[in-house]
Design a protein around this ligand. Structure first.
Ligand SMILES: [Zn+2]
Length: 232
């Protein structure tokens, strides 16, 4: 799953409006942010196999440290605790924990039976990737719902908040649909490096336009109290 994970991040802004979108998008994608790093380190392995599933050309036969349920529960706890220590914002920490773990659930729905419960443990998958139309409908509907919740929970302060956000959405949709018409990656090395570069770019861009949007509830409180409620 790809933009379905972004959907979770955008949607969670409505639960933790003061948490920066950088954190909210990093959490549901943490598994896919760690994965290319672990591949580069040789801790995990992947094969390119055009026949693996109809949607994805990857044979994900070994990724226990980034993608098993047990590992994600552990990463979620580390991630939420670090966030809480830095910001002391409870709703954000709770939402981030669930968002990190949500990655397993969404990948379990889409992948074939390659999602481990724990390293070396049994692996499961509901194979939504066997249907290109089914995958795209599910992800695009999720993405639209996530964007709607984010747009409802925040308001642009300026043009960056409005057009930076719109350009980001367009970028992701073009990338998602364009990926359907491009072949599998030429080799594992290029897959690793594209993935490693892509994640920080997406997060910094989100952090940037999110700073130029204000949570709707904070706006009302600021108006009443005159105090500025920053994003954390
Ligand atoms: Zn994943």
């Amino acid at each position: 799953m790809f933009i379905g994970h972004f959907a979770v991040g955008f949607a969670s802004k409505s639960v933790a409006p003061r948490t920066s979108l950088l954190w909210l998008l990093a959490a549901p994608q943490l598994a896919d942010i760690l994965w290319p790093v672990f591949l580069a380190l040789g801790w995990e392995h992947v094969r390119i196999d055009a026949t693996a599933t109809r949607f994805s050309p990857l044979d994900l036969y070994d990724f226990p440290w980034s993608h098993s349920l047990a590992a994600l529960v552990a990463w979620a706890t580390v991630f939420a605790v670090v966030y809480w220590l830095v910001t002391r914002y409870g709703p954000g920490a709770v939402v981030l924990w669930f968002a990190v773990v949500s990655h397993w659930v969404l990948d379990w729905i889409t992948h074939r039976a390659d999602m481990p419960i724990y390293p070396g443990g049994p692996r499961y998958g509901l194979r939504l990737w066997d249907s290109i139309a089914g995958t795209m409908i599910v992800e695009l509907v999720m993405f639209a719902a996530g964007l709607w919740l984010y747009a409802r929970a925040t308001r642009p302060r300026d043009r960056i908040g409005r057009y930076g956000f719109a350009a980001y959405v367009l970028f992701l949709v073009v990338l998602y649909i364009g990926d359907r018409f491009s072949g599998p990656p030429p080799d594992v090395q290029s897959l690793i490096w594209v993935s490693i570069i892509f994640a920080p770019l997406c997060l910094v861009w989100a952090w940037w336009f999110d700073r130029h949007r204000i949570p709707v509830d904070a706006e009302q409180k600021e108006f009443l109290t005159g105090n500025s409620l920053g994003t954390v």
